[in-house]
Write a protein that binds this ligand. Structure first.
Ligand SMILES: NC(=O)c1ccc[n+]([C@@H]2O[C@H](COP(=O)([O-])OP(=O)(O)OC[C@H]3O[C@@H](n4cnc5c(N)ncnc54)[C@H](OP(=O)(O)O)[C@@H]3O)[C@@H](O)[C@H]2O)c1
Length: 337
C-alpha cells in the first residue's frame, strides 16, 4: 500500500511517499481502508523531533494522526465494529499511521462517523475537535455565561473550540487576523480581536478563562486578562507537571523536566492568581461519538480550508506549516467518496 512515511527527524526531506506492507489488525484492533486523513501541526512537530522526549516511533514509520474510512477487517477480540462500517478516529499517540491507504486503529479510538458528513469532512474532526472538547468542557468547565478567550480561533482547533464553547453557553472572544474574522464570526464568536494590530488585554474586559492555541507571549498575556481564580489552558505553550502525570502517565523524570520547562508560565500564573494547565489531548472513541451527535444536531461543523490528493501530501504539509489554514487541511486517498 502507499504510505507517507517518516524516515528521520528534521525537515520535509525526512518524509516520502513509498510502498509499505499493509498492516494487520491485532486482537483489539480494526483495519480501516482510509478514505481521507486530516493534517495537524503535530505531524510536522513530530517530524522535526519536537516531541522526541515523549514520542519516539521506530523509523521508518507511517505518519498521520487522524482519519476517516471504511472498516476492512477486525481483530479477533474487536467487537464494536463490523466490516463495511464508516468510521473516524484520532489514531493512538504512539501508533500514528493515518497517512496511508490502510491503517490499524485500536477499536476504542474509533467511532461511527457522522452520517451527514462525507469522508473529507469526517477526517477533519478527530484530533482538533477532541482537543477542543477536552480543553473547553473538561479542563475549563465552560458553562452558561462563561466569558472565554480563545487565542487563534481561525485554525483547526479554534474553529471547533468556538462552536463547542457556544454550544455550552459561553460568551466567546477570539483573536483572528482580518483574513479569519468572517469565519470566526460565522461560527458564533461574540467578539473578535485583530491580533495583528491590537493587544487583546487592552481591548477586552476580564474573562473567566482562556484557551490558548498560540503559545509564547500570547500565552503570557492571557494571564493578564483572566480573572483571579480562573484558569488558562494551553495546547501550544509548555507542558507542566500535570501534563506528565495526567496526560502521559509520565514518571518522576518527566514531571521534573516539565516542572523546569514550564517555570516561567507557572510563575506568571501564580503572580496573576490563576491556574496554568498544558493539555496533551488523548484519543477516544466515546468522545468522538459525542462529537458526531453534536454534528448531527447542527451544533458542530468542520471547516475545510483545502483538500489535496494523497500524491500531493507534501504540498499539503508545506501549506499547513505556513500556519495560515482557516479550519482544516485534508488529504484524500482516492477510491471512495
Ligand atoms: N497539546 C495538544 O494536544 C494539541 C492538540 C492540537 C493542537 N495543538 C497545537 O495547537 C496549536 C494550534 O493548532 P491548530 O491545528 O489550530 O493550528 P493551525 O490550524 O495551523 O492554525 C492556523 C491558524 O492560526 C492563526 N494564527 C496564527 N498566528 C496567530 C496568532 N498569533 N494569533 C491568532 N491567530 C493566529 C492563523 O490565522 P492567520 O493566518 O489569519 O494569521 C491560522 O488561521 C498548534 O501549535 C498545535 O500543535 C496541540
Amino acid at each position: 500500500m502507499r504510505a507517507f512515511v517518516l524516515t528521520g527527524y528534521g525537515g520535509p526531506e525526512n518524509t516520502e511517499l513509498r510502498d509499505m506492507p499493509k498492516p494487520m489488525p491485532g486482537a483489539g484492533e480494526v483495519l480501516v481502508r482510509v478514505a481521507a486523513a486530516g493534517l495537524n501541526p503535530v505531524d510536522w512537530k513530530i517530524r522535526e523531533g519536537q516531541l522526541r522526549t515523549v514520542l519516539r516511533p521506530d523509523l521508518p514509520a507511517t505518519a498521520g494522526n487522524e482519519l476517516a474510512g471504511t472498516v476492512e477487517a477486525v481483530g479477533s477480540a474487536a467487537k464494536k465494529f463490523v466490516v463495511g462500517d464508516k468510521v473516524y478516529a484520532r489514531t493512538g499517540k504512539d501508533a500514528l499511521g493515518a497517512f496511508a491507504e490502510y491503517a490499524v486503529v485500536d477499536e476504542d479510538h474509533l467511532a461511527a462517523m457522522p452520517e451527514s458528513l462525507d469522508f473529507v469532512e469526517a477526517a477533519a474532526i478527530p484530533l482538533a475537535a477532541l482537543t477542543a472538547l477536552q480543553a473547553i468542557r473538561d479542563e475549563l468547565q465552560v458553562g452558561q455565561g462563561f466569558r472565554l478567550l480563545i487565542t487563534g480561533g481561525a485554525g483547526g482547533v479554534g474553529t471547533f473550540a468556538i462552536q463547542i464553547a457556544k454550544a455550552l453557553g459561553a460568551h466567546v472572544i477570539t483573536t483572528a487576523s482580518p483574513r479569519g474574522r468572517e469565519l470566526v464570526e460565522s461560527l458564533g464568536a461574540d467578539e473578535v480581536v485583530n491580533y495583528e494590530n491590537v493587544q487583546f488585554e487592552d481591548e477586552i474586559a476580564p474573562v473567566d478563562g482562556a484557551f490558548d492555541l498560540v503559545g509564547g507571549t500570547t500565552l503570557s498575556r492571557c494571564f493578564e486578562i483572566v480573572k483571579k481564580g480562573g484558569r488558562v489552558v494551553s495546547v501550544a505553550g509548555m507542558p507542566e507537571p500535570r501534563t506528565a502525570r495526567q496526560d502521559m502517565d509520565g514518571g518522576s523524570a518527566l514531571v521534573a523536566l516539565f516542572w523546569v520547562a514550564s517555570a516561567k508560565y507557572r510563575m506568571q500564573a501564580r503572580l496573576a492568581g490563576v491556574d496554568y494547565r498544558y493539555l496533551f489531548m488523548h484519543p477516544g472513541g466515546s468522545e468522538l461519538a459525542e462529537l458526531a451527535r453534536m454534528v448531527e444536531c447542527g451544533k458542530l461543523r468542520p471547516v475545510i480550508d483545502s483538500t489535496y490528493a494523497f500524491a500531493e501530501i507534501a504540498d499539503a504539509m508545506a501549506e499547513l506549516e505556513r500556519g495560515h489554514a482557516k479550519g482544516k487541511i485534508v488529504v484524500t486517498m482516492g477510491g471512495e467518496s
